[in-house]
Design a protein around this ligand. Structure first.
Ligand SMILES: [Zn+2]
Length: 244
């Protein structure tokens, strides 16, 4: 069946809407096509997977101090931003001062934020980790800025047949230039830059061990097929890192 003629419709339950919902896919790459028809601006399977894990792991998330890195203008990001009392959303504007507010967002480099130690109960990111140059620095900074008992919940693509835990695709040189280790370079959509976001790392099945080597996080990876929740397709993993 061609991508164009593929059509799937599911009556299920959306963990973002927290109500019955219809999921419709026009195209068989469900990661980018299976959208909730009720979520504000829609939601993709990985967002519903993250919402499902969030409700299960941290039912009181609305009361918590939350940092979300690079929120999207749809689905779970908009819900958390509107319902959470103590929420900071950050984006990366490299030419503006870090720690300042730019276009309504806190300006932060996720690899070395300006937040105090132990600032947050919960840190979230959706498909950010594959775009950072130094994931070790990122995970260490997230660990630093979480309170004891705090949790980092994220999604990013994990290649199930890749033996290496992490393969670098692009690196940042000391002079600020980017060295491309893969040709052609790959880009994903970026909510604040129409040129997209460069993919810097491919992560493999064993990434949980590497995160636990870099930090003292306990790491759990949740993998899904859940038609009722509209969680189908590739790369629906939700990675849960807990600080003891
Ligand atoms: Zn929904």
């Amino acid at each position: 069946m061609s991508k164009e003629s593929h059509y799937l419709e599911i009556d299920g339950y959306c963990p973002i809407c927290e109500a019955s919902a219809k999921f419709i896919a026009k195209g068989n790459w469900y990661r980018d096509t299976l959208f909730c028809q009720s979520c504000k601006n829609g939601s993709a399977p990985r967002e519903r997977a993250l919402a499902h894990v969030l409700h299960r792991e941290i039912p009181s998330w609305r009361e918590m101090a939350v940092h979300e890195s690079s929120p999207m203008n749809r689905g779970i990001s908009m819900k958390i931003r509107s319902e959470c009392k103590n929420y900071i959303g950050s984006h990366f504007y490299p030419k503006k001062p870090f720690g300042s507010i730019v276009d309504g967002w806190r300006n932060e480099n996720i690899e070395s934020t300006t937040f105090e130690d132990e600032s947050f109960d919960l840190i979230l990111s959706l498909d950010v980790t594959e775009h950072v140059f130094n994931p070790e620095a990122m995970f260490k900074d997230i660990y630093r800025t979480l309170k004891p008992g705090g949790v980092y919940i994220s999604t990013f693509p994990i290649r199930k047949y890749q033996v290496d835990a992490a393969i670098q695709l692009a690196k940042l040189n000391d002079n600020g230039s980017i060295e491309y280790l893969k040709s052609p370079p790959e880009y994903h959509g970026n909510p604040i830059d129409e040129n997209g976001a460069l993919v810097t790392w491919d992560y493999g099945y064993d990434i949980h061990s590497l995160i636990a080597y870099w930090t003292s996080f306990s790491v759990e990876i949740n993998r899904f097929v859940n038609k009722h929740l509209g969680i189908l397709g590739e790369y629906t993993e939700v990675i849960v890192c807990r600080k003891r």
